[in-house]
Design a protein around this ligand. Structure first.
Ligand code: OGA
Ligand code: MN
Length: 302
């Protein structure tokens, strides 16, 4: 039976039905999913029942699996396998984080508009986030379509972008939250990576912005100009017409293309409600300039 593709928005988000991700997909089904993923940069697969292994097996159809940055953080014991980014609000013993826990402040970075692993080399291609438990209210995830936002840029703003190269680092996004206490090892692990502000997606041929809160500098302009330009681009790209809000249900697997979207988690009472989401992430085989890339220390070590 062919998969069902149900557009949620005309060209950004689709729900995919009639597919069981716990089983290996045949070649036709996989091709249909890939085709949908080239058109829609966010795919929602509702009502899935997945073990960690099944989740990772489906993810690995879309490239090599990343390993979590949490291993680079001081004193963090992993709750889930190292191939997952742990998007839950609890520690390895399953206890909710305390208000002032270091990891809680660090993970607040997910509330800023970002794209996953733009600060790694290679950067991320697909993220596949699976919901095991959700908060009763709040705790949604919002997505912004950077292809549509790029198409709609005012000409005078767009004319300033070709050739601009941004530096991405986790240190920059965390600094925006007032989180500045990194160990020398963490500073080294999160050394900035250079990425163009504009790029083209090979599968669709579409041009896109490539922006994130991880950007701290843009080569050739001042830090104040960088901040102003980034604020202008993020404000443009997160206007209502470019944004989809996903309200989670247990069993949803949501997959997005990090090369041409941003996302952020919305607030919820995270010291009250458990919210257990786990993300598998695949690496881009090409760098943002379209050439294959030597792994950075971060990718090699983790
Ligand atoms: C992510 C992410 C935000 C959230 O999974 O990469 O940033 O809490 N999630 O929904
Ligand atoms: Mn993220």
């Amino acid at each position: 039976m062919p998969i069902s593709i149900f557009p949620v928005t005309p060209g950004f988000v689709a729900e995919i039905g009639d597919v069981d991700l716990s089983r290996p997909l045949d070649a036709d089904t996989l091709q249909a999913v890939r085709g949908a993923f080239a058109t829609y940069a966010v795919l929602v697969f509702p009502a899935q029942t997945l073990t960690s292994e099944q989740h990772l097996a489906f993810a690995s159809n879309f490239g090599p699996l990343e390993v979590t940055i949490q291993r680079a953080l001081r004193n963090e014991k992993l709750r889930v396998r190292k191939e997952f980014a742990d998007i839950a609000n609890m520690d390895a013993e399953g206890k909710l984080w305390k208000k002032d826990a270091r990891i809680r402040l660090f993970q607040m970075g997910n509330r800023l508009w970002h794209t996953d692993s733009s600060f790694k080399a290679p950067s991320a291609h697909a993220s596949l986030l699976y919901a095991r438990s959700v908060a009763p209210i709040g705790g949604h995830t919002e997505f912004s379509d950077l292809r549509a936002a790029c198409d709609a840029l005012p000409a005078s703003l767009k004319a300033r972008l070709p050739g601009l190269i941004a530096e991405h680092s986790l240190i920059y996004s965390r600094r925006k939250l007032g989180f500045t206490s990194f160990t020398p090892e963490e500073e080294a692990a999160f050394a900035p990576v250079r990425r163009p502000l504009l790029r083209r997606i090979p599968e669709s041929g579409r041009e896109t912005l490539y922006i994130a809160s991880h950007i701290g500098r843009i080569a050739g302009i001042t830090d104040a100009q960088t901040e102003a330009l980034l604020a202008e681009l993020v404000a443009h790209a997160t206007q209502r017409q470019f944004v989809y809000t996903h309200r989670w249900r247990v069993g949803d697997l949501v997959m997005w293309d990090n090369r041409c979207t941003m996302h952020r988690g919305t607030e919820f009472e995270d010291t009250r409600w458990p919210r257990d989401l786990q993300r598998a992430t695949t690496s881009d085989r090409l760098d943002a300039f379209g050439v294959s890339e030597k792994p950075s220390a971060l990718a090699a070590n983790y």
